[in-house]
Unconditional design. Structure first.
Length: 392
């Protein structure tokens, strides 16, 4: 997108054409294009249709999807609202927050909606134009000052700050923090200017990633969304780690201790599948020990516990067997299983192949997990509870 396209999209004419595109969204794509071509230039029609498509996608990330304007890469990298809102709430003790590299404004909007005054710095004039439009569209413009400039060279005055480094320099994704813009050594320099600083990192960043130093991992609906490094009052105490599980803001903290010894399951136990934030952060050992749980296998992230846990999905184990096809079918027949949800981990073949082996023909539903036990042998774990489900 160039400045001319941004100016058109943020104009009254752009808003009018976007409204028309939304009204005819259900029509065939060729019909929509012809309708818009009759009202606008080819360039305007293309820009409007692209924005309308991105608004549909943005509905998964923001309640303001139909009001905001986007660039494709900025939308892909933007935090979903529940994640941005949880982070913004952490700045509650600060009056003014600097959003360093604000992009099109998802995080700026979250901070402003949380009651903060925000100085949003964006060096790309096109994104800055969309940012100005977006904060007004989200009705937080009175709490936001947009600055076009380089946040590293001229960091603004504020009580605290948020930084989302560009992990796609030159439009190529990288996992090397030294290639981020800005890189880690700059984060420390920026941190000296503010009482607190959060740096957003990739969802899959590991505790020992060189240079990145994440200490928080955030998931939403069992999907990893981001990790964070913290400085100043956001710095982790005593090298602790934290997993934040959304929705609900369940938190697990610890030092990343070793897993307990693996244990064999018993009928009546719960088989727990920890949230990915627990696993990626290396906190599975801490989480397991906090409830007296143990892994089913030394290297597979299933836990055996006496009760459910808020940081895991799970099922109660009603029957334990081998993974032999005859035994699987015999258990299914004995319990009148007609529909089955199969989950696998650490074994060959996928769920569909195992479901065909079970060949259910009864009337009840069951959840079946095929995995490995402490002795590394395949085993099957059945749950016959009504609508049994929950493992991933």
């Amino acid at each position: 997108m160039d400045s001319a396209e941004a100016a058109f999209l943020t104009s009254a004419r752009g808003a009018e054409l976007l409204a028309i595109a939304r009204e005819i969204r259900s029509l065939d794509s060729l019909v929509r294009r012809r309708r818009l071509d009759a009202l606008a230039s080819p360039e305007e029609a293309r820009a409007v249709l692209a924005q309308d498509e991105w608004r549909v996608r943005a509905a998964r990330k923001t309640p303001f999807a139909e009001r905001l304007l986007y660039t494709k890469d900025a939308l892909e990298q933007a935090s979903p609202s529940p994640v941005a809102d949880e982070r913004a709430a952490r700045y509650g003790t600060f009056e003014t927050v600097a959003d360093l590299g604000a992009g099109i404004g998802f995080d700026t909007i979250a901070l402003a909606r949380a009651g903060r005054s925000v100085v949003a710095v964006e060096r790309d004039p096109v994104r800055a134009a969309l940012l100005r439009h977006n904060v007004e569209a989200a009705e937080v413009g009175d709490r936001v000052t947009v600055v076009v400039g380089d946040a590293v060279l001229r960091p603004p005055r504020a009580d605290a700050a948020f930084l989302d480094p560009d992990r796609r320099p030159e439009n190529r994704r990288t996992r090397d923090p030294e290639r981020f813009e800005p890189p880690p050594h700059v984060w420390s320099e920026l941190a000296t200017r503010y009482a607190a600083l959060f740096v957003k990192l990739a969802p899959g960043a590991r505790p020992d990633d060189d240079g990145a130093s994440p200490f928080e991992w955030i998931s939403l609906d069992r999907e990893m969304r981001e990790s964070r490094a913290g400085f100043g009052s956001f710095a982790p105490p005593d090298a602790r780690r934290r997993a934040v599980i959304l929705p609900g803001s369940t938190r697990v903290e610890g030092l990343g201790v070793a897993w307990p010894d693996a244990t064999a399951p018993r009928v009546g136990d719960w088989l727990l599948d920890p949230d990915p934030a627990i696993v990626v952060s290396g906190l599975l050992g801490d989480a397991a020990r906090s409830i007296g749980a143990a892994p089913l296998h030394p290297r597979i992230a299933y836990l055996v516990a006496a009760a459910p846990a808020p940081w895991a999905t799970g099922v109660r184990i009603d029957r334990i067997g081998s993974a032999d096809t005859k035994e699987l079918r015999a258990i299914a027949v004995a319990h009148d299983v007609g529909s089955v949800e199969v989950r696998t981990r650490g074994v060959e073949d996928g769920a569909d192949a195992w479901r065909r082996r079970i060949h259910p023909r009864g009337s009840r539903h069951a959840a079946v997990v095929i995995t490995r036990g402490p002795d590394d042998r395949y085993l099957s774990l059945f749950s016959f509870a009504s609508g049994a489900s929950g493992l991933t």
